[in-house]
Design a protein around this ligand. Sequence first.
Ligand code: HEC
Length: 125
Amino acid sequence: MKLKLVSLLAATCVAAISLPAVASEDLAKANGCTACHQLDKKVIGPAYGQVSACYATKDAKKLVDNKAKLVKHVIDGGAGVFGQIPMPAHPQLKDGAKNAELVKIVDWIMKDVKATECPKEFKPK
Ligand code: HEC
């Protein structure tokens, strides 16, 4: 019985450690982001690898600012950063648990998605 509990705990730990990256990608799918965004290829929206490359910085404070900007842009929508195609607004991600999901997705883009190249048309707002 004790052994069973220990192995159950161990299994839970492994799941908890290996979960975050996968979970965030699943969140992007569940929230419809993957209809326009892939990891390494521009489709309708920029590849997440491009987003990661364009906003990467070694300055921790600047990184926090950049992530806040990205969260805001996803909520408000709009065009002009990666070209003229607009991202639709996502007002449903503004508050509460849904907002926490968006913050997680943006954290994942900046931390876990492999940066590719920042495109020439990139114009940060
Ligand atoms: C209908 C297509 C579409 C959907 C759905 C969509 N996006 Fe976008 N996304 C775009 C486009 C187009 C841009 C580029 C906008 C621009 O150039 O200003 C963009 C830009 C971005 C950026 C970069 C913003 C910036 O300021 O540089 C991030 C991050 C992003 N999207 C994340 C998301 C997330 C997370 C979701 C899901 C909640 C999502 N997108 C859903 C089309 C989409």
